[in-house]
Design a protein around this ligand. Structure first.
Ligand code: 6PG
Length: 236
């Protein structure tokens, strides 16, 4: 499935457009079902978006008490560690939001080895969502075409019978826990958020199909599917 590409002039315009889209999606879901279930992306690219959402006017446009925040993936470090996606999102956004702590569903990385963290998170998702799909999954894009922690040539790519899985990422010599394709593809909306010159090569390779079979290319969202990019990322 090809994403609808939204290319914005630069990073500030990209963040603004994504914030408006996030708020519109949240309001529509809350109006329709009383709740907005969203999986946040990790890495550095979404940080600016999170900061934007945690400030006026956007912070006042969402009923955060009706929002559940999940994480698409996590590095197996303590929540206080600088590599923690949870820490990044907490500092950039969550601490500023009027959201109940019980609506913030982080991966409990301090509670055990990666496979156990993955199982525990699958239980958390079932408890909160039941059989409901996520309303929105936000993803970043790695220079190797990975999304969440679905890295090329890793067994996590083929996990189709579970909502979450753990994966050892050799190049980072570290364990990660990630949502799997079935969960991401079942979401009502998937957004891949891509910014900066550093991503121009991978974006070119993917859109020209010079390369195939990359994790992002294996995405098959059943709902709405967007790529939000700045012109630097789309420059080639
Ligand atoms: C993570 C992410 C990962 C990220 C990409 C892009 O935990 O690192 O979930 O999938 O989105 O690596 O990272 P940047 O935004 O930092 O380029």
């Amino acid at each position: 499935m090809k994403p609808e590409q939204k290319v914005l002039a630069d990073a500030p315009n990209l963040i603004e457009a994504a914030a408006e889209h996030f708020v519109a999606s949240a309001r529509a879901a809350i109006a329709k079902r009383g709740v907005f279930n969203v999986a946040l992306a990790g890495g550095s690219t979404p940080k600016g978006l999170y900061k934007k959402l945690a400030a006026a006017p956007y912070i006042d446009q969402v009923d955060w008490a009706r929002v559940n925040l999940f994480f698409g993936d996590e590095r197996c470090v303590l929540p206080s560690h600088d590599d923690s996606n949870y820490k990044m999102a907490r500092e950039a956004m969550i601490d500023a939001l009027p959201i109940p702590e019980s609506n913030v569903h982080r991966m409990l990385t301090e509670d055990g080895v990666a496979p156990d963290v993955a199982i525990a998170y699958c239980h958390t998702m079932r408890e909160v969502l039941g059989e409901e799909p996520l309303d929105l999954v936000l993803l970043g894009l790695g220079p190797d075409g990975h999304i969440a922690s679905l890295f090329p040539d890793t067994p996590a790519l083929d996990v189709m019978d579970k909502k979450t899985t753990s994966v050892y990422v050799e190049k980072f010599d570290s364990w990660r826990v990630t949502m799997t394709y079935p969960v991401i593809n079942a979401a009502r909306q998937v957004i891949v958020f891509i910014a900066g010159e550093a991503k121009a090569d991978i974006v070119k390779d993917i859109t020209s199909e010079a390369v195939t079979g990359l994790p992002v290319q294996r995405l098959a969202p059943q709902g709405d599917y967007y790529w939000f990019m700045d012109s630097a990322a789309a420059s080639q």
